[in-house]
Design a protein around this ligand. Structure first.
Ligand SMILES: *[C@@H]1O[C@H](CO)[C@@H](O)[C@H](O)[C@H]1NC(C)=O
Ligand SMILES: *[C@@H]1O[C@H](CO)[C@@H](O)[C@H](O)[C@H]1NC(C)=O
Length: 315
């Protein structure tokens, strides 16, 4: 009997061992299966987190900026032109054939105004603006209306200074302004295929001086994105003539076209003219000036003869 029991015991033992082995295998397989699923999940979570972080980084933080024209370049004799589709803004206004934008875009030209002319205009701006100026870092002098920033407000230089203004500005200064205005008008007409006799200077047309001093009033906040046609209904073509150099006279202060697919900057340079159609196809801003002083003149044109202004002149 004993041998049988032994056999039985052995038999039972071997069966139990077999079961145990099976159960052990199942458990081990279960653990292995669970572990690999856990790892996969963990990996997925990590991947998702990385993905979201990248997405957040790309959408919130990255600033896709392209330099259209750098300060060092010399865009001459031909302007550099970038055509873009016109916005619908112009449809809300009367159409003036030969002038109302059919072609829209932006361009930069360094061959229209010489550096010497820009320097002469800068001295004129310095003389005019030193009569007063905003306390907030952004001052303007409108030669046509005579508006000059003074503290938080504006004064009319022609009224305020009367005859004395002739000690500050000369006939030659105004002649230079007129010559430059005419050349800018011609290059805009050539670029956009317009009849320049159907384009008119419009207001405001002004000198601006910007430094890094903190804004005191809303007038000092020049850096907000805007659309000229929305801000000033009469504008059809805007031009900026830079009177100082990005990088050496000031830092920051680049001009930025804000397109859906990225920002495109123009670096100011004395004598450089940057011009563009004024509608929302050319949403733009000026970066904050971080050091030095930036001088520029804004010269704008309308197609609407009722919005025309005469060239600035001494009273
Ligand atoms: C353009 O610049 C503005 C700030 O100046 C920024 O908020 C925006 O994301 C930029 N656009 C692109 C597409 O990079
Ligand atoms: C900026 O210009 C204002 C005058 O508009 C002047 O009071 C201020 O001192 C200037 N700031 C710097 C940093 O040059």
């Amino acid at each position: 009997m004993a041998p049988v029991r032994q056999r039985n015991a052995k038999g039972l033992n071997s069966t139990e061992i077999g079961r145990k082995i099976k159960r052990g295998n199942a458990l081990r397989q279960g653990t292995a299966w669970w572990t690999s699923r856990g790892l996969t999940t963990l990996l997925l979570v990590i991947l998702c987190m990385c993905g979201s972080a990248t997405w957040l980084y790309v959408t919130l933080d990255s600033d896709i900026t392209e330099t259209l024209v750098s300060q060092r370049e010399n865009v001459s004799p031909e302007p550099r032109v970038y055509f873009i589709q016109c916005s619908e803004d112009y449809e809300n206004y009367k159409r003036y054939p030969g002038c109302t934008p059919q072609k829209c875009g932006r361009a930069v030209a360094d061959g229209v105004v010489t550096r010497e002319e820009a320097q002469a205009l800068k001295r004129l701006a310095e003389r005019g603006l030193q009569l007063a100026g905003s306390e907030g870092g952004a001052s303007i002098l409108d030669l046509h209306s005579g508006a000059l920033s003074m503290g938080p407000q504006f004064v009319n230089i022609y009224r305020y200074f009367g005859e004395q203004i002739q000690d500050v500005f000369t006939q030659e200064d105004f002649q230079l302004y007129r010559d430059v205005r005419k050349r800018i008008q011609t290059v805009i007409a050539e670029t956009f295929g317009l009849d320049q006799t159907l384009m008119y200077l419009t207001k405001p047309t002004f000198f601006s001086r910007i430094n890094s001093t903190i804004a005191k009033t809303q007038h000092d906040e020049y850096w907000h994105p805007h659309i000229d046609k929305v801000t000033y209904g009469s504008f059809d073509y805007t031009s900026l003539l830079y009177l100082s150099d990005y990088g050496s006279d000031f830092t920051g202060g680049r001009f930025v076209f804000m397109d859906q697919n990225g920002n495109k900057t123009v670096e100011p340079k004395a004598g450089r003219v940057s011009y563009f159609s004024s509608g929302s196809e050319n949403l733009h801003r000026v970066e904050k000036v971080t050091w030095g002083t930036r001088y520029a003149i804004t010269v704008s044109f309308t197609c609407d003869p009722t919005q025309a202004i005469a060239d600035p002149a001494l009273p």
